[in-house]
Every structure is written in structure tokens, then in C-alpha cells.
Design a protein around this ligand. Structure first.
Ligand code: SAM
Length: 239
């Protein structure tokens, strides 16, 4: 499997992704704003509008990190579980929730590939900017399908491939030069941000990822590109 510019064993990828998020946890929210010019907030708002969480629903926000998506879901009165493989990210999230007076979230340390939840527990499964960090993506998609109830919905927000002419060159220059520099400047961690950019470049394009979702058993799959596919919302239903 790929890790940044090199190929590594699956175990090593999981290990190194763990190190990336341990290192960036305390600066994670600041860096998101710096790197996206605040735009990640709008993408997340739009994503949660598509998910349409409702009071009384059980929602699993996978790779939930510091809680950005879960906090938005929670406004609906849904019962939200935030799950992430990295305890450092969850800790920052719990601290943020406390500061904002958001109560009632369930925080769980979980690997998306091997969830400890039972079958058909959730009405919706969401994953934002998380799936590309998972080592075995098909396994994570199968697990998503397993833990959803019949009629449950899957939503994924992730960087993808922009299809506007000329955009790729500008974006490459930005991402390969500026982002690692920002990482060094703001988080003193150039390598982690180099990995994050490279993992975006290597992620399957929109039709390929949509196919993977269908292969995991989801139906009525859909993809909604944002900014020409720089970011995309993939979705599917379990019947
Ligand atoms: N969803 C949050 C957001 O949008 O701000 C956090 C996204 S952050 C870029 C990616 C998260 O994926 C990290 O918190 C990382 O620990 C988590 N992650 C990576 N591999 C994972 C896995 N196998 N299972 C669960 N979480 C994982």
C-alpha cells in the first residue's frame, strides 16, 4: 500500500498514519482553517445538510477526529457516536465538546476496518476526510454496511480529483510547495503534511470510489462533486 511517496506494508501504513495524527492532533483544527482558507467549514456544513440527521436517530461518525462533523450532527438531537482510531484526536475532540457545552456524544476508539459495534445498529454512517487514511478501504466499507440498519445511509466527504482544465497545475503547486511549508510553520511538522497531500493525490477518482461503495453492498450510490471534484460527497444506501 502507498504511504506518501513510498510503498509500505499495510501494518506500516497504519502505524505511520497513527503517528501523523498523533503529531498533528493539537494543531489539527488550526491547520484545517489555514490550509483550506476556512472552506472546510462550508464543505462540512454542506455534507451534514445532505446527511439530514434527525432527532432520535443513531449516527456513527467514523474517523470523527476532533468532532467537527459530530458537533454538526448533534444539533439535530440525534444520538451521535464519534469513532476514531487515534486517542489523541479523540481527546482534543472531547475537550472541544466540553468547551462548547456539547453533551451526550459517545466517544469510541475504533479501527474503521474492524468495528466492535453489532450488526444494524446505526441509521447513518458518516466519514469525512477519513477514508483515504484507512489502510484497507474495502474492509472499512464492508464494516460500514454491516453496522447500518436496513434503510440506513452512508455518506463520505473526501478530497477527490478536480476536473477543471488548468486547475491541476495550480493545485499541485499549492499543495506540494505551500502545504508542507504551512505544516512546518504552524505545526513544525512538514512530513505529516507531505503525507496528507500525497494521500489525496493517490486516492481513487470519483467513479472508481463510487464503484467500491457499490461493491461493499450499497445501492443507489451517488457522487456530488464540490469545486469541480476537489472535494466530493459520495453516498449510498443499505437495503
Ligand atoms: N472527520 C474529521 C474532520 O473532518 O475534521 C477528522 C478527519 S482527519 C483528516 C482523519 C482522521 O482519520 C484522523 O482522526 C485519524 O486518526 C482517522 N483515522 C485514520 N485511520 C483510521 C482508521 N483505520 N480507523 C478510524 N479512524 C482512522
Amino acid at each position: 500500500v502507498s504511504f506518501g511517496y513510498s510503498d509500505v506494508s499495510p501494518e506500516e501504513k497504519t502505524e505511520r498514519v497513527g503517528a501523523v495524527f498523533r503529531n498533528v492532533a493539537s494543531r489539527y483544527d488550526l491547520m484545517n482553517d489555514a490550509m483550506s482558507g476556512g472552506m472546510h467549514r462550508l464543505w462540512k456544513d454542506r455534507f451534514v445538510r445532505r446527511v439530514k440527521p434527525r432527532a432520535g436517530e443513531a449516527i456513527l461518525d467514523m474517523a470523527g477526529g476532533t468532532g467537527d462533523i459530530a458537533f454538526r450532527h448533534a444539533r439535530s438531537g440525534a444520538q451521535v457516536t464519534v469513532a476514531d482510531i487515534n486517542p489523541a484526536m479523540l481527546e482534543v475532540g472531547m475537550e472541544r465538546a466540553k468547551k462548547r457545552g456539547i453533551h451526550g456524544l459517545i466517544w469510541a476508539e475504533q479501527n474503521a476496518e474492524t468495528l466492535s459495534f453489532g450488526d444494524r445498529e446505526f441509521d447513518a454512517y458518516t466519514i469525512a476526510f477519513g477514508i483515504r487514511n484507512v489502510t484497507d478501504i474495502p474492509a472499512a466499507l464492508r464494516e460500514a454496511h454491516r453496522v447500518l440498519k436496513r434503510g440506513g445511509r452512508f455518506f463520505c466527504l473526501e478530497f477527490s480529483t478536480n476536473q477543471w482544465p488548468g486547475f491541476a497545475e495550480a493545485y499541485d503547486a499549492y499543495s506540494h510547495r505551500l502545504v508542507p511549508k504551512l505544516g512546518k510553520l504552524l505545526a513544525n511538522d512538514e512530513d505529516s503534511y507531505r503525507y496528507l497531500i500525497e494521500s489525496i493525490r493517490r486516492f481513487p477518482d470519483m467513479p472508481s470510489f463510487e464503484r467500491m461503495i457499490a461493491e461493499a453492498g450499497f445501492v443507489r450510490t451517488n457522487v456530488e462533486p464540490i469545486l469541480g471534484g476537489l472535494v466530493a460527497i459520495h453516498s449510498g444506501w443499505k437495503i
